[in-house]
Design a protein around this ligand. Structure first.
Ligand code: IDP
Ligand code: MG
Length: 167
């Protein structure tokens, strides 16, 4: 089944200069990158992204982590990979959520750690199923930022939208 999956290189991955290593590992999947950008994450975006964990004791720290407050790197890299069994291929490569339990050769097993306060710093996010992938991709990207039509979109004439253009 052809699928799309959201990948985030989290602030620890960026701080540790792991972007190249992570993208090289993901290239093993032979999937196609159909969207990529650097994002300054807002608190609203972080909380919406991790809304399924809002009752967990580590939620506050997890939001600070995604916001880059723990690494002094206020950005993440967001990508969409696309192709046959994209979610399973990327999650297998990423490894288990707990970096201590992740297979040693997986991305999280190689580069992740558990902080002294107990948060799993596991360098990347990978959507867990097709429903999460659709929800997350629509949260992080606009249709025109993705070079294939993943989900139905429509055109509107937006009036009085404040945005930056080149001066
Ligand atoms: P996933 O990232 O493998 O899909 P989720 O359960 O969706 O795992 O959790 C999202 C993120 O929250 C994890 O990647 C990790 O950074 C953090 N996290 C999840 N479970 C725990 C936990 O039990 N302790 C500490 N941090 C956790
Ligand atoms: Mg998840």
């Amino acid at each position: 089944m052809i699928q799309a999956v959201l990948i985030l290189i989290k602030p620890d991955g960026l701080k540790k200069s792991l972007t190249g290593n992570i993208l090289s590992r993901l290239a093993e999947t032979k999937l196609e990158i159909v969207a990529a950008k650097m994002v300054r994450v807002s608190e609203a975006l972080a909380k919406e992204h991790y809304r399924h964990l809002k009752d967990k004791p580590f939620f506050g720290e997890l939001i600070d982590y995604l916001l880059g407050k723990l690494h002094n790197r206020k950005k993440v890299m967001a990508l969409v990979y696309w192709g046959e069994e994209a979610i399973k291929k990327c999650r297998d490569l990423a490894g288990a959520t707990n970096p201590e339990e992740a297979e040693a050769t997986s991305i999280r097993g190689s580069y992740g750690r558990i902080t002294t306060s107990g948060l799993y710093e596991n360098v990347i996010h990978v959507s867990s199923d097709i429903n999460d992938a659709e929800r997350e991709i629509k949260l992080w990207f606009n249709p025109e930022e993705i070079i294939v039509e993943l989900y139905p979109a429509k055109e509107i004439i937006a009036k009085e939208v404040k945005k930056q253009i080149w001066a």
